[in-house]
Write a new protein. Structure first.
Length: 162
């Protein structure tokens, strides 16, 4: 069984799309943990605020299959393959970790944004504080505690997705 962590984000009809993404993921990963939902400003472009969260689960699916599944769920929820990197998103699902795998294909693992963006790191630290980042060899809690980017504002949203 592989331990996986997936970030969820949306800034287009965000409550609906985050709920749809989470519901779809739970069908494939029924034994899961889900962080609180956080609201953050768009990073890298001017746009509506995002809702973000992180789901943790275990799976027997191979890495490539998990990556394909995430892309399929995005497409089923209005995402198009032509979306620019920094643009509004109906649903953004990013695989953050697949056990301690380090690779660039079929996805960048661990995901580079983990240590750069509060909207990924804080919800991840909430559900996986003792998980060890395979590159830095630090716990997620330690990385979050040392995080310092006052330009990224983030606040918890009281939102029941299920």
């Amino acid at each position: 069984m592989a331990q996986i962590y997936i970030s969820l984000g949306s800034n287009v009809n965000r409550e609906h799309n985050l709920r749809a993404g989470l519901t779809a993921l739970i069908k494939y990963f029924p034994n899961y943990q889900h962080s609180s939902v956080y609201e953050s400003e768009a990073v890298g472009f001017n746009g509506s605020n995002f809702y973000n969260s992180v789901l943790g689960a275990t799976t027997q699916m191979p890495l490539q299959e998990v990556c394909h599944l995430l892309k399929q769920i995005e497409l089923e929820n209005g995402r198009t393959r032509n979306d620019k990197k920094f643009s509004p998103r109906t649903l953004d699902l990013d695989l953050l970790f697949y056990d301690d795998v380090i690779c660039e294909q079929p996805a960048q693992l661990p995901r580079d944004e983990i240590t750069k963006n509060a909207f990924v790191l804080q919800p991840l630290a909430e559900i996986a504080p003792s998980f060890i980042h395979p590159v830095s060899q630090q716990s997620i809690a330690s990385i979050w505690q040392a995080y310092n980017n006052p330009q990224q504002k983030l606040w918890k949203v009281e939102l029941s997705l299920l």
